[in-house]
Design a protein around this ligand. Sequence first.
Ligand SMILES: C[S@@+](CC[C@H](N)C(=O)[O-])C[C@H]1O[C@@H](n2cnc3c(N)ncnc32)[C@H](O)[C@@H]1O
Length: 223
Amino acid sequence: MTEPSYLTATRAGYDSFAAEYAEAAADELGEKPFQLAMLAEFAERVRSAGAGPVADIGCGPGRVSAHLASLGVDVFGLDLSSEMIALARRTYPGLRFDVGAMPDLDLADASLGGVLAWYSVIHLPPELLPAAFAEFRRVLVPGGHLLLAFQVGDEPLHVSEAFGHEVALDFHRLRPERVSDLLEDAGFRVDARLVRGPHDPGTSETRLTERMPQAYILASAPA
Ligand SMILES: C[S@@+](CC[C@H](N)C(=O)[O-])C[C@H]1O[C@@H](n2cnc3c(N)ncnc32)[C@H](O)[C@@H]1O
């Protein structure tokens, strides 16, 4: 079967600038306390449920997987980009990273205690979000937890150059209310939604500039 063009283009983009992205993102989590707070709450929930590992889907260079591991979470990473996976394996040799793509996950039903999709569903065409969320629900145990992060907005951003590389990447900004509705349609309960303003680029030491509000949604699969 021919691969959909959005997967081919997204993989090619992230393969081309994996190293530059990893460097730019290296210290970003620590600069943004609301991100750390949502990740801490997610970690606490999956740890106390003790219901299986967390998959960090769209893990990129593995920095968020490593952060969760530092909080005592049993976590592995999955990503479309084999360059990202190779880099994550080199950087965090103690953690497991596999190549894999949304929306169709090569994971067994009810095999995970948590799913993290940290700025990764933004690259799915929005009409595929219901399929992705149904997959997240399928692979989670009852009582499992999901954390999503994405940029808020209505208009997609098309990027043709990143870190000096020619790419063809689409970033789909999303509305938290719409995402919550889709999660509920997929059988999730939405437990918390956080929308924060863009981080002041003047105080950022990384190159991951934010132009719009950022959203974080914590949801759970009813027990
Ligand atoms: C903005 S980066 C975020 C990476 C990581 N979560 C982080 O915060 O550092 C988006 C990542 O999602 C991955 N990705 C995009 N679409 C994907 C898909 N359909 N399945 C799996 N991974 C995907 C990309 O390869 C990329 O590594």
